[in-house]
Design a protein around this ligand. Sequence first.
Ligand SMILES: [Zn+2]
Ligand SMILES: [Zn+2]
Length: 92
Amino acid sequence: MINIPRMIGQGSESNNGSKTKEPQKPKKPRCSHAECRKKIGLMGFTCKCSQTFCFTHQSPHAHDCSYDHGSDKRKDIEAKNPSVIPTKLEAV
Ligand SMILES: [Zn+2]
Ligand SMILES: [Zn+2]
């Protein structure tokens, strides 16, 4: 078997054969909670860990958030003490 009907395979036959309703969009918002994966659609909540969750898992405690919410305050303190940054720049 040498003659492989490539041209036929590239035709519209393959397209008609498979039911392709919509091109799979990667952005179908689902709850990022491992045991939830619920479709959230427009009701999604984007956490500070850049993950999207349903209403139930939106709180950092509900999804064991990887974002260090505690460091928020630390950053705030650093911003008020900018002396750290010039020191770093001088070192480089
Ligand atoms: Zn969820
Ligand atoms: Zn989170």
